[in-house]
Each structure stands twice: as C-alpha cells, then as structure tokens.
Design a protein around this ligand. Structure first.
Ligand code: ZN
Length: 348
C-alpha cells in the first residue's frame, strides 16, 4: 500500500510540488498577459472611437460654453468641417459660438454662419443672416456681395440689382455683376418675346462686350441670322462649343469663308474644306482625319480665376463666383452620336 503514496519527506514529492508550482505560475502569467492585451486593445478602440464620431449638439454646447477651446480654435474647426462638406456640424458650432454673450468675433462668426448656410443651400437662412449683419454694419462689402449671390440664386434679380447700389457707393467694381444680373433678369422674363430679349441682350452686350458665351448661346438658339450679323470674329474661340454644335442649315458660309478660325473649325467638322491644317492640335487632327474616323471634339471649361475645371459651361464660377472667367479647353473623344446613327442606318 505504501508503494502508491509518497511521503512528504520523499525527494520525488518535492520535485512534483516544484513542477506544479512552475505550471501554476506559467499558466497564471499566460492568462494575465492575454487579459491585459485584451483590456489594452479595448481601451484603445474606445479612445479612438471618440475621434471617429462627431460630437453631439449637447456635447458641443457643454464644450463651447465650458471654454475648453478658444473661439478661434472653434472657428478653425468649423471651417475644416465646412471644407469636408459637413455643413451641419459647422453651423452647430457657429450657432453655439453666437450664443456666448461675450463673443469677441460676433460679426465674423455671423458672416461665416451666413456663408455656410449659402454653401449648404439654405438660401433663406443665409439671406436673414446677411441682412442681420447689414442692419448693424451696412458698409460690409463681403456681406453685400454674398447677399447679392443669395438673391441671384433665389432668382430675385430686382433685389440683387438693388444690392449693387451700396457696392457702387463704396467704389467697388460692379460692371460685370450689373451686366450679368440684367441679362439673367431678361432671360428669365416669361412675358417678354424672344425677339425683344435678343435685342435687349445685344444692347447689354454692346455696353461692355462681356458675357459673350451667355449672349451668343441665346442668339444662336433663337435667331442664328441675328447672331451671325453681330458675330465678333475675335471672340470666336470663346464660343467654340456653341459654334461646333450649330446645325448645318444655321451656318453662314460667307462669314466662315472670311474667318481663319471658322474655316479651320468647320473644316474639322467636315462642313467645308477650306483649311488643310490648324494651329490648334485638336482641329489639326480632325482636319487630317477627314471624317474617316469616329472622333469628335469635347469641351471642358476652366475658370481662369480659380483654375477649377467644370464639365459644363458657366457664366459665373460656382467656386470663386467670378463672372466671365470661363475658358474652353478642347479635347478629342469618340463620336457616339455618329456611332449610333450609323448603326441605325445599317438596320434600314
Ligand atoms: Zn472660379
């Protein structure tokens, strides 16, 4: 019986106890290591989650009124929200800042709030904010400028033109804005006939020779003969896209024959054969292809003021709000229209 039990004085008993203690310590330290690593991971995730989600309105209220950051820091934060397109959060910050009775940048914050409302498309709210600024500070050109834009976007051209008066008194350049707003007011007048609109547009055009694209887009659409009779050969490149898309029956061959740019443009399109080459790369390629390939022109519009590129024509840049800053850039693309019409003809 004694052979099955070890006495505590037996050296083998001591060795077994030693290994058991080592096993327990190893197991415990392994378990503790796993537990700590899990805890650290959970803590870090929780910490990082705070920065991934935006603070709620209540949290913002507490933080702004608690003065944890300076007003300037909150404005910088709101502007970065605006840049990322999170207008709602920027608006919440500006509104909370304006609630502070002792705000040192009240007027500036109000202006930034109005600008953010405008960018976010809340035109009525933007209008109220700019009117509020102008009530106390009527000679604030930036607020007047944005109020003009708000009225323009709301298609209230009469009010927009009224805003030009104080800007004029402050010796600001209003010539382009005046011509543009008058032209928009004409084009959106539902009671006026197309003929009278065309004549009045030409009158505005002759005052400053601006808005070439806007005026000739309308003239070539409603009265190509009138457009050609007022065509300024030096400005042909400004309306390349309009000229390129004209119907064949709307072309004036006499004017085309007597103008170098038009000869190249319509030779490239295949209407005439009056040019063998062009200094413009795209036109030169099309002239040399002689309609043997399904290639046509495409157009991009670059703002000369802010260098933004747009796929569509514009008269006022939606980014920097400059008028008449559009420059057309030509490109070559596959002629899908010709592809389709050839396929259609092959079925007949
Ligand atoms: Zn621009």
């Amino acid at each position: 019986m004694n052979t099955f039990f070890l006495e505590y004085r037996d050296p083998l008993f001591g060795i077994i106890i030693f290994f058991v203690i080592i096993f327990v310590i190893t197991f415990f330290s392994y378990w503790w290591g796993r537990y700590k690593s899990k805890e650290d991971h959970r803590h870090l995730s929780k910490f990082l989650r705070q920065f991934r989600s935006l603070p709620s309105q209540e949290e913002l209220q507490v933080m702004i009124s608690g003065g944890e950051l300076s007003e300037k820091s909150w404005i910088i934060l709101a502007q970065s929200y605006t840049r990322n397109g999170d207008f709602e959060k920027a608006i919440e910050i500006y509104n909370e800042l304006l609630k502070l009775g002792n705000s040192i940048n009240h007027k500036e914050t109000l202006f930034l709030l109005g600008r953010t409302y405008f960018k976010a498309g809340f035109l009525e709210r933007a209008k109220q904010v700019f009117l509020e600024i102008l009530k106390n500070n009527p000679r604030t050109p930036q607020a007047l400028h944005y109020l003009l834009l708000v009225y323009e976007y709301m298609r209230d051209y009469k009010s927009a033109l009224e805003v030009l008066e104080p800007l004029d008194e402050m010796k600001k350049d209003i010539e382009s804005d005046a011509a543009y707003l008058k032209s928009l007011a004409l084009l959106n007048d539902l009671k006026m006939s197309d003929d009278i609109k065309a004549q009045k547009l030409l009158e505005i055009y002759r005052e400053s020779y601006q808005l070439t694209h806007l005026v000739f887009e309308y003239l070539f659409r409603v009265d190509p003969k009138l457009a050609w009779s007022n065509f300024d050969s030096s400005k042909g490149e400004l309306i390349t896209d309009i000229l390129w898309h004209l119907d064949t029956e709307s072309l004036d061959l006499d004017i085309i024959t007597n103008n170098g740019f038009l000869r190249e443009l319509y030779s490239a399109r295949g209407d005439v054969s009056l040019a063998n080459q062009s200094f413009m790369f795209e036109l030169d390629i099309l002239i040399n292809l002689k309609q043997k390939s399904n290639v046509t022109l495409n157009f991009e519009y670059v703002c000369d003021s802010c260098k933004q590129t747009f796929p569509f024509a514009f008269n006022r840049c939606s980014s920097c709000h400059t008028i008449d800053s559009s420059r057309i850039e030509l490109g070559l693309t596959k002629d899908y229209y010709r592809d389709c019409s050839e396929e259609y003809n092959s079925f007949q």
